[in-house]
Design a protein around this ligand. Structure first.
Ligand SMILES: Cc1cc2nc3c(=O)[nH]c(=O)nc-3n(C[C@H](O)[C@H](O)[C@H](O)COP(=O)(O)O)c2cc1C
Length: 376
């Protein structure tokens, strides 16, 4: 067995077996007009499943109107969207892969992508734990306790709907500065009630959210939580400065019922803290005992936000870098993390997993921004 074969050994999240260790990273594509993903979106995911990817994590799907990014993303709270998602699930299952929707609430943080004024929805005001952005500016209204309960109920309803439709689990978007992260981070959570305070107290929203999703969808329905240090508008931001701070935040969250953590970094191999080589996914696995998914620049020369500027539209192009395949395999082999998520390289290469499996990485295509203009 060569080192790369470990990528094609089965993975497990809770009770769910996944055919291999390769996940498609969640990527907002904005092709769901009216909030409803059409047959083109279903075919796009089915192509990645047919291309050998074991677990598809969909683009972020909004759990309610206040939390919906303003572009044409799937609005998971609409009945017609749920009906359309059945076709996505069926297509991916037919191709032999597993699929989870990413459940998304932006909180007070609007998305950095450009919004076509034609698509801006009439929606309620943005809401967050303290109404504040990481910069200290006001970004929206403060959620009161009733608002918190209603938001948690919206996530729970979405979890239940995901199960009914046939999804294999859910991923909750708790990363990049969106609503759950806004509760966890001291700069955006200044509350003095039971939802704010020290690191452990700031976890209450996420703990209740996970418990509510488990109660609604059933204890055996897998929940992945995506987390990160960085925020969409601040790559230097850190939720935890030390491993013990990371533990204070994520141990209670793991105990609430998370089945796996998806640890979002821009470069999968980088150590998370000084004085240790462990990556963020490595630390999270060590602290929580749960499986972890790593991500960031897999088979790409440039990270996701490399050289970000108005002119480049925020998302970096990149040539392929094939040596990453062995590096990822060796991390998995030594138990640093369990799965790897592939983002832009899987937009450029629907057959990414098949090419890796057949040792044809020299055929990997570069990621180009123009690929975002179509759903190939
Ligand atoms: C077009 C695009 C859209 C994205 N949308 C989301 C999203 O909806 N949810 C999310 O958690 N991350 C999103 N991301 C981040 C990716 O999931 C991934 O973490 C990032 O691209 C780094 O992986 P890569 O270097 O393999 O591309 C997006 C990335 C891209 C390129």
């Amino acid at each position: 067995m060569s080192a790369v074969d470990v990528l094609f050994s089965p993975g497990r999240i809770g009770g769910l077996e996944i055919p291999n260790r390769i996940a498609m990273a969640p990527m907002t594509r904005e092709f769901s007009h009216g909030g409803v993903p059409g047959p083109d979106v279903a075919a796009y995911y089915a192509r990645r499943a047919a291309g050998g990817c074991g677990l598809i994590i969909t683009e972020g799907m909004a759990v309610n109107a206040a939390g919906a990014h303003d572009g044409p993303i799937p609005l998971f709270y609409q009945p017609q969207t749920l009906a359309a998602c059945r076709a996505i699930v069926d297509g991916v299952h037919r191709a032999g892969a597993r699929i989870m929707p990413q459940l998304w609430h932006v909180g007070v943080q609007d998305s950095p992508t450009e919004v076509n004024p034609q698509t801006v929805k009439q929606r309620p005001p943005r809401v967050g734990p303290s109404g504040l952005l990481g910069t200290g500016e006001v970004g929206g209204e403060v959620l009161d306790e009733r608002g918190i309960a209603d938001t948690i109920a919206d996530f729970a309803r979405a979890a239940q709907a995901a199960r009914e439709i046939g999804f294999d689990g859910i991923e909750i978007h708790g990363a990049h500065g969106y609503l759950p992260d806004q509760f966890l981070w001291s700069r955006t959570n200044r509350r003095r009630d039971g939802y704010g305070g020290d690191a452990r107290e700031r976890t209450r929203f996420v703990v209740e959210l996970i418990r509510a999703c488990k109660a609604a969808a059933g204890p055996d329905f897998p929940i992945v939580l995506r987390m990160s240090q960085w925020k969409s508008f601040d790559y230097a931001a850190r939720l935890a400065e030390t491993p013990s701070q990371l533990e204070a935040i994520f141990l209670p969250i793991a105990e609430a019922g998370v089945d796996a953590f998806h640890c979002s970094t821009r470069r999968f191999w980088e150590p998370a803290f000084a004085e240790s080589d462990l990556t963020l996914a490595g630390w999270m696995r060590k602290i929580t005992g749960s499986p972890t998914i790593a991500v960031g620049s897999v088979t790409l020369e440039n990270d996701f936000k490399h050289d970000r500027s108005e002119a480049t539209g925020g998302i970096a192009e990149s040539a392929p870098r094939t040596r990453d395949v062995e590096a990822v395999a060796s991390f998995i082999e030594r138990g640093e993390f369990d799965m790897i998520a592939v983002g832009r390289a899987m937009i450029a290469n629907p057959d990414w997993a098949a090419l890796v499996r057949s040792r044809e990485t020299h055929k990997l295509r570069s990621f180009r921004r123009e690929q975002l203009a179509a759903l190939d």
